[in-house]
Design a protein around this ligand. Structure first.
Ligand code: HEM
Length: 378
């Protein structure tokens, strides 16, 4: 009797599993077909501003200020995103000698030109947490003493050209309207439900939920051992581009980082310190750009879409070197906290484009001003 029951249960579970597998495969197949037909080129090379964008932006700023206040670190107000730094380090950014003439614009106009820069390496979370926790990792570069009028009028940033990235190629929302509803839901603690705004399946953002889950990835072995992407598009002179910074150990002397203790809360800072300060070994990267090919689905107004590398490969425009250095002093860490990176600290030749970048202009300025004033720096 018992044996028959177990056999029956086994068959039932087997059929259930098979049904689930078939359903999963069918769902995946339908998803792939929809993706293929819905997301096809050609696309516009121009920006398109949604009518609700200004109101959405204002609402997002108010929510973001709520978040920084919520995560206040005793007396200091931290960044709303990428609150925890692994360090701010000095860097040299050298334009490639053989850079193609078509890519010589803005700070890349002059081959062999070397810029001095600050690089801030960070975890993406809104408040500091152990480095081993899944998260996005950020890299923000600030080139110094860059001549020419910038896109922001603030004289404090008059000589700066920033590049602001994290280590995933796509963003978990497409545009400002979706960011507003998602961010508001997340601020109420609805982490997964934020992607299912109503009972209507047409509003469900399953693909974006998967992007969010993949963005929160395990920590790399060091902040210099991962690729950082601009995610959103920019101008490079007449071109629309995305950019990324990719490790280029072949440009540096051979070095093997000793294994770090990943249970230490700040092991990514330790890894950076071990390489640059203790072992006195530099770290190397390549700064690369990818040009939009509007014949294919490489949209300006949707940051959840990766531009296909097989259609438009990345081209190296500059080499980045973090020389051996001491960076982990209380003074430098405080100065690092008080820096502001913003994609709009830029020459017109590097203008940020697309809705998410337009949103970032208002939000980064507002949050940076708010936290620096609250911290008594301004
Ligand atoms: C394209 C996608 C994005 C990327 C690659 C990105 C990357 C980063 C990085 C790396 C930082 C840290 C900069 C630093 O080291 O100081 C940062 C800061 C910040 N991000 Fe983003 N971000 C993106 C989108 C957004 C969006 C859509 C918002 C909100 C509207 C946002 C809000 C902020 C804020 C408020 C800060 C702190 C600014 C400050 O206080 O100085 N980011 N972001």
């Amino acid at each position: 009797m018992l044996k028959r029951f177990w056999l029956w249960l086994g068959r039932l579970l087997g059929r259930l599993l098979l049904a689930l597998l078939v359903l999963g495969l069918a769902g995946w197949g339908i998803g792939a077909l929809v993706y293929h037909f819905k997301y096809r080129g050609p696309v516009s090379t121009e920006e398109v501003v949604a009518p609700t964008e200004a109101a959405d932006t204002q609402a997002i700023i108010e929510d973001a200020i709520g978040v920084v206040e919520q995560h206040r670190d005793n007396t200091r107000v931290l960044r709303d995103a990428h609150a925890k730094a692994h360090g701010c380090v000095r860097a040299e950014v050298r334009v490639r000698d053989d850079l193609a003439p078509a890519l010589r614009h803005g700070v890349f106009a002059e081959p062999s030109k070397e810029w001095q820069a600050w690089v801030r390496l960070s975890n993406g979370n809104a408040y500091p947490q152990f480095d081993r926790i899944r998260d996005a990792r950020g890299m923000a570069i600030k080139l110094l003493d860059v001549p020419g009028a910038k896109l922001t009028a603030d004289p404090r940033h008059a000589g700066e050209q920033d590049f602001v990235m994290f280590n995933h190629p796509v963003f978990f929302v497409r545009d400002v309207a979706e960011y507003r509803s998602n961010f508001a839901a997340q601020a109420e603690g609805k982490k997964v439900l934020a992607f299912f705004p109503s009972g209507d399946p047409r509003t469900w953002e399953l693909r974006h939920l998967f992007i969010a889950l993949r963005t929160l990835s395990p920590a790399p072995e060091s902040p210099v051992a991962t690729t950082y992407s601009s995610v959103a598009p920019y101008k490079l002179g007449p071109h629309n581009i995305k950019y990324r910074v990719i490790p280029a150990p072949e440009q540096c002397p051979d070095y093997q980082l000793p294994e770090q203790n990943r249970d230490l809360p700040n092991f990514l800072r330790s890894a950076l310190y071990q390489q640059l300060s203790l072992d006195r070994m530099p770290a190397c990267f390549a700064l690369q750009v990818q040009r939009q090919n509007p014949q294919y689905y490489m949209p300006i107004e949707d940051t959840s879409i990766e531009w296909d590398e097989s259609i438009s490969p990345f081209e190296t425009v500059a080499d980045i070197r973090l020389p051996a250095q001491d960076f982990d002093s209380p003074e430098q860490n405080l100065a690092c906290d008080n820096l502001s990176f913003n994609p709009w600290h830029a020459l017109p030749e590097h203008r940020p484009i697309g809705g998410i970048n337009r949103l970032r202009k208002a939000v980064y300025e507002a949050i940076s001003t708010y936290r620096l004033e609250r911290n008594g720096v301004r």
